[in-house]
Design a protein around this ligand. Structure first.
Ligand code: ZN
Length: 349
């Protein structure tokens, strides 16, 4: 079995946001923590820049041009939370490119015929900034310019013939961009746990997708103060049965770490061990389904908690033996989600 692959690029440090919680020190802290652990033995690679064609399968050309123009003119504000500097465009291209390259490795790269071959890469990660899950088709917002995980999922479908991709977003904020991009489609199942109420205000439980996508958007809002028990219960008792019912060709994690108890931007109480537990459950799910698992970095703003939790989750998803999966109690909130979704997903009953 091939070692897991980690994608990074120094351009992540050149997206200069000044005094902003989403700043280059996040990547510095993560990479320092990983390098102190010899990168966990992972194969560390430089991400290519995504091509315009790859990004253009999710975002209109005018959206790409607008960001490039603003960066070329020296940068500026896009909205109250989102800004760019001259280096941001290259950073954003590589952030999307990391997700694309990760999908290539998981579905068709080294160890092609992936998924079953003994030398197939089963786990990979793309650790970049800016993050992506708030970016809508034609709108940058919430620190995000391009929808990195969405571009990766679309690439899996277009370039590798994936029939179904499941994206699980455990960032504390709702991934409104990913949600909107795949809202009317059934070839991507988007599942999100997020604190509610909280920015950006989208993702109520009643938002289940539309048209052909009805039932293929699953929103799992949780109240502020929710910790490991609530998050792990949603993963064990909702996300895992959904994955079994959907049978995706690829599992993607839209992995933010701002649900951490130490994070300053939200009010959830997840610990390092909670993130490791969620990752272990997703590793076990991928193994059960015989499909690869990729992680794309989203938010997370307390540097020590962020770097520790990234290390813990990569250890879990990269482990050779599926890590021990703890018994997880059924939380009342997860039970309500099961009941609500059972009409679409019999696997939940
Ligand atoms: Zn977030």
């Amino acid at each position: 079995m091939a070692v897991p692959v980690l994608f990074r690029h120094p351009s992540s440090l050149e997206h200069d946001t000044g005094a902003h919680p989403e700043n280059a020190r996040r990547i510095v802290a993560i990479e320092r923590a990983l390098s102190e652990r010899d990168w966990l033995g992972w194969d560390v690679r430089r991400s290519p820049a995504a091509t315009r064609e790859q990004i253009g399968r999710v975002h209109p050309a005018q959206h790409i041009d607008r960001i490039e123009d603003l960066c070329r003119r020296g940068g500026g504000m896009i909205d109250m939370d989102t800004l760019v500097s001259p280096g941001s465009f290259a950073a954003a291209l590589h952030a999307a490119g990391g997700a694309v390259a990760m999908v290539d490795v998981l579905l068709g790269g080294a160890g092609a015929g992936a998924g079953n071959g003994s030398d197939a890469v089963r786990a990979a990660a793309s650790l970049h900034r800016p993050p992506g899950h708030h970016a809508e088709r034609a709108r940058a917002m919430g620190f995000c310019l391009f929808g990195n995980v969405a571009i990766g999922a679309q690439h899996a479908i277009d370039a590798h013939g994936a029939r179904r991709v499941l994206i699980f977003d455990w960032d504390v904020h709702h991934g409104n961009g990913t949600n909107a991009i795949f809202h009317e489609r059934d070839d991507v199942l988007f599942v999100s746990t997020h604190q509610s109420p909280l920015y950006p205000g989208t993702g109520p439980a009643s938002d289940i997708g539309r048209g052909a996508g009805e039932g293929f958007t699953v929103n799992l809002p949780v109240p502020g103060g929710s910790g490991d028990a609530v998050f792990l219960s949603h993963v064990e008792h909702v996300v895992r049965p959904l994955a079994r019912g959907y049978a995706p060709d690829l599992l993607l994690l839209s992995a933010g770490y701002d649900a951490h108890a130490d994070d300053p931007l939200a009010g959830c109480r997840v610990t390092d061990a909670g993130f490791a537990g969620m990752a272990a459950l997703m590793r076990a799910t991928a193994d059960e389904l015989g499909v690869p698992l990729g992680l794309v970095l989203e938010g997370g703003y307390e540097l020590a908690a962020l770097s520790r939790s990234v290390v813990a989750t990569l250890e879990a998803i990269g482990s050779v033996q599926a890590p021990a999966v703890p018994a997880v109690k059924l939380d009342p909130l997860a039970l309500r989600a099961q009941e609500r979704l059972a009409g679409y997903w019999p696997a939940l009953t």
